[in-house]
Design a protein around this ligand. Structure first.
Ligand code: ADP
Ligand code: ZN
Length: 764
């Protein structure tokens, strides 16, 4: 391994005596990393008894820190290079008899640790699923194999018929067999097996077997590939060209909603599978629906799905199937980027702009960046697909080395739906506190009268998002966060959407005690009530994470909607993505301003994406469709661009601003957050640490700017006060370099935690 970039520090014992050193000189030394925020690789001696057991990529236990405590670490390298003059401690135990990940994946995790300024051991702990570490769903059983020379015994020795059958069976078997199989083969109990063992003709071995049912998903009926339209064909041919050249490349597939991107992925994967290689398809967790899975299962016989609802045992079983090359296509959310495919041929990220591709705990990686690096290392193409690509991907495809492929039209030349902006500032219904204005209500009536279906989108869950006191003006806040509590009428409780806090609905103001509260801000529950009142003769369903708690409920509602048993579907992000219902002739965006006003460097980008994605849900059938966007900011340029389906116009304007403000995609950002229960300590730490970073940047001449420290806009979250500062540089490597220099000094006080977010999606 390359030790020059990763700093090497060692667990040091007192000076060794000369004879100790001599004895240790030819001993095996293991490089170990622990699940800690350390950029350090530690070295340990491997005792002779463990030398045959340890492997790179396996976990071990070794003494760490003061006292006699041991800690679990990963072995990331083995060699015989003893650091001179140091006496190393010994490893206690080897926990895995085989590596948990391949050498390639190990290198990828090392890259992640450098890229995301965290510990290599932290990355490894996060990347290898718990179920795989525990080998969940497997157990060890005793099997037998024939002893060496057993076949000659078959001729010479006198054996009973049953013993003979057993021995013959084992001589012919390529793998050891369990007792129950042997006794079934010979129609006997265990005694002939014991006798053979005692004679030394068969040998017991411990074998690990899976207790999980083999994948029982019935083979979906296979459907033929569609005939591609000219745009799709061009895209597939270009991708096939890259695949045949078998080299790495990144492709941005910019295709408007309904342009048939999935068919392009499928036919590219077809090529990959024909080489005997595997493809990984990453989709946002929210899109990992039965519909999506079916789409792939109907085209490929062996598809593994990795989603967050798998049990440890199921996940381990899938992991094994993938590692053994039994799977052609892996479909999964974020973490499937680490799927252990033996011969990767292609990675696809659908809806690459989705924020769920960024992990929001350590390691705070972005799936797109990890996929890019993995594809580069394994020499395979990466396809990023979106109707509204991130500006990062757009810039790489227009000015960097990526390939831009466009699907500018919907399949079968269906027109994009007209998008109408409705100014709600003077709307008579909205000013009365309703959510559906006059124009939207009339449009809904017309669409329903014509036999069409309606989708209403609202980005807020619950009933009322703000409870507010008439007399003192205080809102009902979460005691743990700087966030107002939302009243959930169905449970009659107030709930914090940032943490898990919930409480019974207060009957009066918690601040001044006044008895009456005003209910402001409508969520989906209130919208549902309003729609019911306005359209009593129509069938309505609500889809949000509250309504969709039960497994399978998602599928039930969508099937009912598809069959026409539901006329109006309303909900949150859950209904903004991917749905393809030809009879939807109207989509209403109930409040386009919810995202626009968030203190977020990507607020405009999100607003554009949201309107474009929601608009993508209509006009998919012969009846066509249209979109109404309710807003109080009808002149906002981003809303105007979205209404014109003008992605490039929006992007150009936004890019100009980002460049001016030294923001991504032109500049790299890392955000350092200090959080803790005592605000004064947090604040002092933020000052002290930001000062240290600033001094280091100045003394080393690094061209990294340090902005802050300042209180985070969301000062209190989950009971912790947060102060932050920002590192900004033109290249991520500059930030990495500076951080390496200072990371040893970044020691927050007792009770304060330091969080580093590289490429943060927001700065709340
Ligand atoms: P996107 O992902 O770009 O929004 P989809 O892949 O969901 O678009 O495709 C939209 C619809 O068009 C799907 O129902 C799909 O089956 C259909 N479709 C895609 N390509 C073709 C084609 N070449 N011919 C006919 N129908 C197609
Ligand atoms: Zn809270």
């Amino acid at each position: 391994m390359n030790g020059s970039r990763q700093q090497q520090l060692f667990e040091v014992d007192p000076e060794p005596t000369p004879w100790e050193q001599a004895a240790e000189s030819d001993r095996l030394v293991a490089d170990i990393v622990f699940d800690r925020p350390l950029q350090t690789v530690f070295q340990y001696l491997v005792p002779d008894g463990l030398a045959d057991l340890i492997s790179v990529g396996a976990r071990i236990r070794a003494p760490f820190g003061r006292g006699n405590q041991t800690e679990t670490g990963f072995c990331v390298g083995l060699g015989h290079h003893l650091p001179p003059g140091r006496r190393l401690k010994e490893i206690d135990l080897v926990l895995d008899d085989a590596p948990l990940l391949t050498a390639d994946m190990l290198e990828l995790t090392r890259w992640m640790a450098e890229r995301y300024l965290c510990g290599w051991g932290q990355v490894l702990t996060a990347v290898v699923p718990a179920g795989v570490r525990k080998r969940a769903g497997t157990r060890e059983i005793t099997c037998y194999r024939a002893a060496d020379g057993a076949s000659s015994a078959l001729e010479k020795k006198r054996l009973s018929t049953k013993q003979r059958v057993i021995l013959e069976t084992l001589c012919q078997s390529s793998a050891p067999l369990p007792v129950d199989e042997l006794s079934k083969a010979a129609g006997c109990g265990v005694s002939p097996i014991r006798t053979l063992r005692d004679k030394g003709l068969i040998v017991p071995v411990r074998v690990r077997t899976s207790a999980v049912e083999q994948d029982t998903t019935a083979l979906a009926e296979q459907q033929p590939d569609l005939t591609l339209n000219p745009d799709q064909l061009r895209a597939v041919e270009q991708i096939q060209g890259l695949l045949r050249a078998s080299k790495h490349a990144c492709v941005l597939l910019h295709g408007v909603t309904g342009s048939g991107k999935t068919e392009v992925y499928i036919q590219a994967i077809r090529e990959v599978v024909s080489y005997g290689r595997q493809a990984i398809v990453l989709v946002p967790e929210i899109s990992l629906t039965p519909q999506t899975i079916r789409r792939f299962r109907r085209r490929f016989p062996s598809v593994a799905v990795l989603h967050s609802h798998l049990s440890d045992a199921e996940r381990h079983a899938q992991w094994e199937r993938i590692a053994k090359g039994k799977v052609d296509v892996v479909v999964g959310a974020r973490s499937a980027v680490f799927a252990p495919t033996p011969h990767l041929g292609l990675i696809v990220i659908d809806e690459e702009h989705e924020t769920s591709f960024k992990q929001n705990s350590t390691p705070r990686y972005h799936t797109r960046e990890v996929a890019r690096e993995r594809a580069r290392r394994e020499g395979v193409p990466l396809i990023l697909g979106s109707a509204t690509p991130t500006l990062e991907s757009l810039v790489r495809a227009t000015r960097g080395g990526d390939l831009l492929l466009s699907l500018p039209e919907r399949v079968e030349r269906r027109p994009m739906p007209p998008v109408v902006i409705v100014d709600t500032r003077n709307d008579p219904y909205i000013t009365k506190g309703q959510s559906i204005g006059r124009a939207l209500q009339a449009a809904m009536k017309r669409a329903l009268d014509d036999g069409g279906q309606v989708i209403l989108f609202l980005n807020l869950r619950g009933y009322s998002t703000v409870l507010w006191c008439y007399s003192c003006g205080a809102g009902v806040m979460c005691p743990e966060c700087d966030v107002t509590l939302t009243w959930h009428r169905d449970r009659n409780r107030v709930v914090c959407h940032s943490c898990d806090f919930t409480a019974p609905r207060p009957s009066g103001c918690l601040h001044c005690g006044a008895p009456a509260l005003k209910y402001l801000g409508a969520g989906t529950q209130r919208l549902e009530q309003e729609v019911q009142a306005k359209f009593p003769e129509h069938r309505i369903a609500r889809m949000d994470s509250d309504a969709m708690r039960k497994r399978g409920s998602h599928d039930t509602v969508l099937n009912a909607f598809r069959n026409g048993a539901i006329d109006i579907l309303l909900g949150t992000q859950m209904i903004a993505k991917g749905l393809d219902f030809p009879n939807v002739t109207l989509v209403g965006v109930v409040d386009a301003d919810t995202v626009l006003h968030q203190p977020d460097l990507r607020a405009a980008e999100r607003t554009f994406q949201l309107i474009a994605q929601v608009a993508g849900r209509t006009g998919r059938g012969p009846k066509g469709g249209r979109v109404l966007v309710q807003t109080m900011c009808p002149d906002e340029p981003v809303i105007r661009s979205a209404a014109k389906h003008d992605y490039l116009g929006f992007a150009q304007r936004e890019l100009d601003q980002r460049r001016e403000l030294l923001l991504p995609p032109f500049w790299s950002l890392a955000r350092v957050i200090l959080r803790g229960r005592a605000e004064d300590v947090v604040q002092a730490d933020a000052r002290r640490l930001a000062g240290l970073v600033r001094d280091a940047a100045e003394s080393s001449g690094a061209s990294v700017r340090i902005a802050g420290p300042a209180p985070a806009p969301l000062l209190k979250l989950k009971g912790l006060y947060r102060h932050h500062f920002r590192l900004q540089a033109e290249q991520p490597e500059e930030i990495q370099e500076l951080w390496r220099r200072v990371s040893d000094q970044m020691r927050p006080s007792q009770g304060v935690e330091l969080v580093i977010d590289v490429d943060p999606l927001d700065l709340r």
